[in-house]
Design a protein around this ligand. Structure first.
Ligand code: TXA
Ligand code: MG
Length: 318
């Protein structure tokens, strides 16, 4: 199956494949036509660049013009793994991959199927998450089919992704590394390797990207974010009593008192990594139930929860 998938990639086709974060929609990163098919399949705006996947740090100069010390340090510490580094791009990388910009985002995924696919294809693989633009990211093969069935040439089913949310994106082209998208590699982990890092997209220039489109990773059902369980209860209890079907996603311990036939409770783990692993699956599941709204109690506003809070905030953006 992987050999066949590698052939599809080499022939300019699209392969959806599992990584340790979410499923990716892959094409030969050095083939502009193949990459343009990714944008078409996803309905992705041409202004949003895609990540290039390699199977080993030694391949990085096929896609990057230079490999600065900070990049090498971070890659040494976290590759293969859920960390994407934004670096100056090599000429071989077509403009469509980088949305016309001078930098390329590179990642070395830590998943045996992704690794094998890149190796057998023998080319770097451009891959955004395998969902329609602005919709929920897929962490299972069935999520991929929900959005992209009929738009891809082949899907490699590797079961559920263990990480569950997209990689941390760090721009290392400036003096101080800048986290453009939080993820399972936290700011604390990055700082332990390379000293101070900055957080958030710059207002101008190529660093604006992960957060560029506010609405992102969204279910179709409206999501209502609450800082506390009480706030959520105040918001939905009357609705529930009128038999309006509401979802509640929470990691707060809850009394049985709040059980109601119109309330669909999705308990989440009170641990950032475990929560992340289930986040999109929980949203996909609740989104398929025809609920009027999904209430979410936000995990605490702490550094270790930054990535989960970021995805929830985007999912709720109108
Ligand atoms: O975990 C992941 O990163 C998954 C798996 C498939 O690897 N991929 C993923 O891709 O989440 P996507 O396209 O959904 O998100 C890529 C993010 C976007 O926010 C994009 O704007 C940013 O990376 N990005 C890509 N190239 C960039 C660049 N040259 N400069 C700044 N940001 C970039
Ligand atoms: Mg995405």
């Amino acid at each position: 199956m992987i050999r066949q998938a590698a052939e599809v990639i080499r022939a300019g086709g699209l392969v959806a494949f599992p990584t340790e974060t979410v499923y990716g929609l892959g094409a030969n990163a050095l083939d502009a036509r193949a990459v343009s098919r990714i944008f078409e399949a996803k309905g992705r705006p041409a202004t949003n660049p895609v990540i290039v996947h390699i199977s080993d740090a030694s391949e990085v100069l096929n896609v990057a013009a230079i490999w600065l010390e900070t990049a090498a340090k971070l890659a040494g510490a976290f590759w293969p793994g859920p960390l994407t580094l934004v670096v100056p791009k090599a000429n071989a990388v077509p403009h469509i991959v980088t949305a016309g910009g001078p930098t390329v985002a590179v990642r070395c995924p830590n998943h045996p199927i992704a690794q094998a696919l890149i190796r057998q294809a023998g080319v770097p693989i451009a891959a955004p998450s395998a969902n329609r633009s602005t919709e929920l990211s897929p962490t299972r093969a069935e999520h991929v089919l929900k959005g992209l069935n009929g738009r891809i040439d082949l899907l490699l089913d590797g079961g559920p992704c263990s990480g569950g949310i997209e990689s941390t994106v760090v721009d290392v082209t400036g003096e101080i590394p800048r986290v453009l998208r939080p993820g399972l590699i936290t700011v604390l982990m990055l700082e332990a390797v390379c000293g101070r890092v900055e957080f958030g997209a710059k207002d101008e220039g190529i660093s604006r990207s992960p957060g560029q489109m506010e609405k992102h990773y969204s279910p179709r059902t409206p999501l209502v974010l609450c800082e506390t369980l009480v706030e959520a209860l105040v918001g939905f209890w009357e609705l529930v009593c009128k038999h309006t079907r509401i979802g509640l996603m929470t990691c707060v311990q809850m009394d049985d008192l709040f059980q109601h036939e119109s309330l669909l409770l999705r308990r989440m783990p009170n641990d950032p990594e475990l929560y992340a692993a289930q986040l999109y699956a929980a949203l996909h599941e609740l989104d398929s139930l025809g609920l009027v709204a999904i209430y979410v109690t936000m995990p605490p506003n702490m550094a270790k929860w930054a990535a989960v809070r970021d995805r929830l905030t985007r999912a709720a953006a109108k």
